[in-house]
Design a protein around this ligand. Structure first.
Ligand code: FES
Length: 503
């Protein structure tokens, strides 16, 4: 996968691997924004916990986002009022504004050098027929006493029909922030382990045992801060969420676009902002939003449109990111099972993970310490209201469609060219074949180990992506993203067999 601007420009961390069995009160799985923030708040009350990360600090979705910290999440407030009423809709806004304040407080308290900056956020439309939607949203914001204004121009080179501006939002360098959080925890003698993927969890007499690097971590409580909880105990979280991918373009610029962060309401989507990294201003353009693994829904003109809009010949960096959406646009943060006080999750951030992860960190900490929180109800993973929607039916029918479509897809007879992939049939089974630039062939069984959908090749990232619930695999078959915890089987040329020992 292409590295994000944040990952590319920031030295890698080097925390040790889990190499022995561990007995601990609480295990936090995932050292992204959610895991580290949970650890940060938890460390103020107790120290009997560890954090394990499958890769490096912030190398998942947390280190691949657009750096926006905002409570303006598209056309959300009118719909929240209709679905949940004024009180909960206002709570949603308050929770995200508190998150920005909490992050600012942490940054100032620990003097974190992460380019945190307050700025405006703008939701806009370029289509006159969409203006009434924006007017309704503006009225909803006014009804909720949200500070905002209705505008009709922006500093970027685009003509808008209307926009809603939220003041006092912010932006930051997410990876620098995460590395600083990890550093703070290390100074408090909290152990953090990298390259330590948890591949299974089992329960024995009220204790949970996480299997990691052939070692066992015994814990009373487990927090899955892994973007998608792979251990879901028949909660069917994969059916209560759906994965969306998008792309981000980034390049240095000398133009002055101001500090505002923009996002539109229509399709194709576009998200814009300029960010200063080490004294250099970079323009970031997000777009190409599509369901993971469903490339027919991609926005193929996204790069050209961005180039034309800004008169840019070449974007230095381009990377993709993925997040899980819920059907009511509220995340799931809390207990994995309704009556179990030991297992906790945070998922379904709907692409607004920078602030949601701070809310999750505080809320999960409140659960673990048996403290109250005003946000338990709003983000309760067991709320049924999130499932009563047409989108729920539509997305789950789409999974069934993709399952069948994948099995019936036509196969190629010939192996691919360098840098390309093809699907071929061997012994009545579908295999994905990728030929790298060194002419090496990689053949994997592209039947997703999660629930059996057929993965599709992602040419941009050179990954095999599952169109059903968003698992992603490298072309060598390693799991990059769950819900799957098992890799794709490799087809070993020469041996002419599928290696049964690959996990
Ligand atoms: Fe569920 Fe692939 S992720 S079938």
């Amino acid at each position: 996968m292409n590295a994000s601007k944040w990952i590319k420009d920031t030295p890698k961390t080097s925390y040790p691997k889990i190499e022995q069995d561990v007995y601990i009160d609480t295990l936090i799985i995932g050292a992204g924004l959610t895991g580290l923030t949970t650890g940060y708040y938890l460390s103020q009350a107790m120290k009997q916990f560890i954090i394990v990360e499958a890769d490096c600090i912030g190398y998942g979705a947390s280190g691949r986002n657009t750096c926006k910290l905002t409570a303006q999440h598209g056309l959300i407030y009118k719909s929240l009022i209709q679905k949940y009423g004024y009180t909960l809709a206002k709570q949603y806004y308050d929770a995200h504004m508190e998150a920005i304040e909490s992050i600012e407080e942490i940054v100032h308290k620990h003097q974190i050098d992460c380019d945190f900056k307050r700025c405006n956020s703008v939701l806009f439309t370029q289509e006159s027929e969409k203006v009434p939607n924006l007017q309704d949203e503006y009225q909803a914001c006014i009804d909720l006493n949200i500070p905002c204004s209705f505008i009709d121009t922006v500093q970027y080179p685009l003509t808008i029909q209307a926009g809603i501006m939220f003041p006092e939002q912010a932006k930051f360098h997410p990876l620098k922030y995460m590395i600083a959080l990890a550093d703070i925890l290390t100074k408090k003698e909290i152990a953090i382990y990298e390259h330590s993927p948890v591949t299974n969890i089992i329960e024995e007499n009220g204790t949970y045992i996480a299997l990691c690097n052939h070692r066992k971590i015994y814990a009373r409580n487990i927090v899955q801060a892994t973007q998608f909880p792979f251990y879901d105990q028949h909660q069917f979280l994969f059916a209560k969420t759906y994965p969306m991918s998008s792309s981000i373009l980034c390049t240095p610029t000398t133009a002055n676009y101001g500090d505002d962060m923009l996002i539109n309401t229509e399709s194709p989507s576009i998200s814009l902002h300029a960010f200063s990294i080490q004294g250099q201003t970079c323009l970031m353009v997000g777009g190409n939003s599509h369901k993971t693994g469903q490339f027919a829904k991609e926005d193929p003109d996204y790069v050209q449109r961005a180039k034309k809009m800004f008169g840019i010949e070449h974007f230095e960096d381009m990377w993709s990111t993925q997040d899980y959406m819920t059907f009511d646009h509220l995340p799931y943060i809390g207990k994995l099972q309704k009556n179990n006080d030991q297992l906790y999750i945070a998922t379904g951030y709907c692409k607004w993970g920078n602030t949601t992860s701070n809310i999750a960190g505080k809320l999960l900490c409140a659960y673990l310490l048996k403290q109250p929180s005003p946000y338990r109800k709003l983000f309760d993973p067991h709320r049924l209201s999130s499932l009563f929607s047409l989108t729920f039916l539509k997305e789950n029918m789409n999974v069934a469609y993709e399952f069948v479509k994948g099995k019936l897809q036509p196969c190629d007879k010939e192996y691919p060219q360098k840098g390309q992939a093809r699907v071929i049939e061997i012994q009545n089974h579908l295999y994905g074949v990728y030929r790298d630039e060194q002419d090496e062939l990689y053949i994997v069984d592209i039947t997703c180990p999660h629930l059996g959908c057929i993965c599709i090749f992602n040419q941009q990232d050179k990954t095999w992506d599952c169109p059903c619930h968003g698992s992603r695999y490298s072309y060598t078959g390693e799991v990059i993203k769950g819900p799957s915890t098992n890799r794709l089987h490799s087809y070993r040329e020469g041996r002419n067999q599928i290696d049964p020992h690959l996990f």
